[in-house]
Design a protein around this ligand. Sequence first.
Ligand code: C5P
Length: 421
Amino acid sequence: MQILQGKKILLGISGGIAAYKTPELVRRLKDQGADVRVVMTEGAKAFITPLTLQAVSANAVSDSLLDTQAELAMGHIELAKWADFILIAPATADLIAKITAGLANDLLTTLCLATAAPVAIAPAMNQQMWHNQATQDNIKTLTSRQYTIFGPGAGAQACGDIGLGRMLEVSELVELTCQKFANITEINHNVNKAKEQPLAGQKWLITAGPTREAIDPVRYISNHSSGKMGFAIASAAQSLGAEVTIISGPVNLTTPLHCEKIAVISALDMHQQALIHAPTSDVFVACAAVADYRIANVASEKIKKSKDSMQLNLIKNPDIVADVAALLNKPFTVGFAAETQDVEHYARDKLARKNLDMIAANNVAAEGQGFNSDDNALTVFTANDEKILPLTSKSELAKQLVQHIHQTQQHLLKKNESKGH
Ligand code: C5P
């Protein structure tokens, strides 16, 4: 593929002898696929004609700031916006000084001020002028303003001197322009990647599924949680760039790509794993339907059905999400509330009682949502606000929830930073 395919390059030519090389430069840039427009200073026209450059670029050449016809066709601001890249070759000492001073007294200097595109200059001048402190200071200033300096090269000069100050050869200028675009493409790619991966660098820890509380070696107490919601949250967080660990009770689900799964059975196992991993996590989402109670004395042998009735003695399991939220350096902690009535009241009560940053409440009594279903709806509460995520697939809902968690967490971080925490 041609590296400059479709790229809009504005070539600025100022009045140096090296201007005679610019028709070749235009042709070579066009060979790489670029659309080239030429802007000439008055001085440039003493060395090469606009007609030549118009012929090789196949575009009208602009040379005046005050030309009413030219402004009608493509005004100077439009031209500055049009360019993906401005290359000034040759750039004389005089032009470099004007750009550094921020002058806008001709079309080319005005474009340099008016553009948001990257600008590269290819200096061309006598070696003494190049080494002059004024020129060197100007180059330093332009470099600090993100201008790129192509060259200059060394060798015999038109004036007979030998040294630094020659404009780089056309092939070198084309090569450097291609490299510049490769860098711009890479930077844009990284920016886009960062936009698509807002959770890059974050660790998310998610509990999912049910827990099983053993009665004896063959029986247990559990619930209907499928783990689908937790796994969907894991997948959504991972696809936005997070490093995700799922602590999952027994489920029948494929672990989402690139997520780590720690398989556990009981609430005590899940509690232990959560407290190991939570201190190094940025976000903790407690999506598991943890059994509230476990059997006080698990029988070591299978219990025989000799009696007509039997009692199971239950003791309370530790509250995993509350214990994580009580950590000194707690991650942003999100709980779930599966309720059958008075959803907001119970959810807000849990938010406060368990010291959570957020709670996602669902009405498990409503038809077509909640446990085992593929769809769900949530109302998400923080201490100060409430957001409704309407009924949709668990995977879509998970994406919305993950975005909402991320935004709220970032907001909280900024608030804490500004408080000097
Ligand atoms: O109190 P309740 O069980 O309704 O709270 C639900 C929330 O608390 C869920 O986020 C659930 O994962 C979490 N939880 C927990 N450990 C428990 C009980 C619930 O982490 N033992």
